[in-house]
Write a protein that binds this ligand. Structure first.
Ligand code: MN
Length: 397
């Protein structure tokens, strides 16, 4: 006889039966395996559903994600039914007693720029002489660039301050050294579970079949390196040193109640970007700087939807594959306390904010940044994404 227990979900938990996210855990330095989270416990999925051992006694989610939409639906129902009953006691561990890992092998990574407030604010800061803060293409396509997937790390992994070239507008020549304008970007990341073949494209109405889930995404940005390097091909070393994600992948299937209309898209996008169903998402984020909440970016204000980002990524016949991530771009609402990057919150460093009683602009060594997110779930439940927490270590150059 196997010992069994019943799982308890504390009142107001964001990890109730309507969430059931996927992550990869280990006990100490033991073997990594796939789990879900219920309340304050992780539940080993290969032990919960022995028939799914092939995809869950795994160090990452890729094998499961690659099985496609019908399996995501079927297995989610099986998990939901199993966690509501008697569960093998050996499958259950308090979250405080496990280590969470990068949940999937990251394939390709694209970062978008989908917030009109963020793009306008950055336009004003980076191109102050331009009368229109948005570039002429911005309302016609979701602008993005290809980032570095190998430096996407999970919450809890420290990030070392990057070194590089910078040159202020009045400096006679570039200098090399640690970034002096290290910043965050509060974003959501969307994970492709099942990709498309090269030469085909994914319509906006097919996004559900391909998008497996979402994570919180902190796109670390060295503004001084970025400002000097980005013309004409876009960001490179100012971004590629690190991005941090939350360890739980919340299934898109758990976010059905969170769908909402995007802001009105005017001018009307070209037909391949037309949306029949609302694909905006009502996700509320929170930015914490050394334990103090400094901003609450609303994802619902994002101009371009994840379905449009995916349709645009593939409209030229580019392939996507299991483990691809595309991030939304910084989420900034219209209000100052809704801005998802410190360059906007402090207006290029000219308007410091008070954090822990000190005037602050950009991120200092030893600072800890935490991003959190939540969304409405079924039956009035709240869906929590958990958090991505990162501490900055001094540069080594
Ligand atoms: Mn970004």
């Amino acid at each position: 006889m196997t010992d069994t227990i019943r799982l308890h979900v504390p009142e107001n938990s964001g990890f109730g039966m309507s969430n059931l996210p996927y992550g990869v855990y280990s006990v100490g330095d033991g073997v990594k395996r796939v789990a879900t989270r219920v309340g304050d416990n992780v539940v080993d999925l290969a032990m919960l559903l022995p028939q799914e051992e092939e995809v869950f006694a795994c160090e990452h989610l890729n094998a499961f994600m690659a099985q496609g939409y019908q399996r995501w639906v079927q297995v989610r129902e099986a998990i939901r039914s199993a966690v509501g009953g008697e569960v093998p006691a050996a499958a259950v561990h308090p979250v405080s007693q496990v280590k969470m890992h990068l949940p999937f092998v990251v394939a390709d990574y694209v970062d978008f720029y989908a917030s009109e407030n963020h793009a306008s604010n950055l336009g004003r800061l980076f191109r102050p002489d331009n009368p229109d803060p948005l570039m002429p293409n911005w309302k016609h396509l979701p602008v993005g660039y290809h980032g570095r997937s190998s430096t996407i790390v999970v919450s809890g992994v420290d990030v070392v301050r990057p070194c590089g070239q910078r040159k202020g507008p009045n400096d006679p020549a570039p200098v090399f050294g640690p970034s002096t304008r290290l910043d965050i970007e509060a974003e959501m990341g969307f994970v492709v579970g099942a990709g498309n073949e090269m030469g085909t494209c994914i319509g906006t109405d097919e996004a559900e079949q391909h998008l497996f889930g979402a994570v919180i995404f902190n796109d670390w940005s060295a503004r001084d390196i970025q400002a000097w390097e980005y013309v004409p091909l876009g960001p490179n070393l100012g971004k590629s040193f690190a991005s941090s994600i939350s360890p739980w992948v919340v299934p898109m299937l758990a976010l059905k109640q969170a769908h909402c209309a995007t802001p009105v898209q005017d001018p009307e996008p070209l037909p391949y970007l037309h949306m029949e169903e609302p694909w905006g998402l009502d996700i509320a984020l929170e930015v914490e700087w050394n334990g103090e909440v400094v901003s609450r970016p609303p994802y619902s204000t994002m101009y371009w939807s994840p379905a449009q980002m995916l349709a645009h990524t593939t409209v030229n016949g580019a392939a996507t594959r299991t483990g691809d991530v595309f991030a939304s771009g910084t989420i900034s609402g219209p209000d100052k306390n809704e801005r998802g990057a410190f360059i906007e919150l402090t207006w290029g460093g000219k308007e410091p904010i008070t954090v822990g009683g000190q005037e602050r602009t950009f991120v200092l060594d030893g600072d800890t940044i935490t991003l959190r997110a939540s969304a409405p779930g079924e039956g009035g439940e709240r869906i929590d994404f958990g958090e991505v927490t990162t501490t900055i270590r001094p540069a080594t150059c």
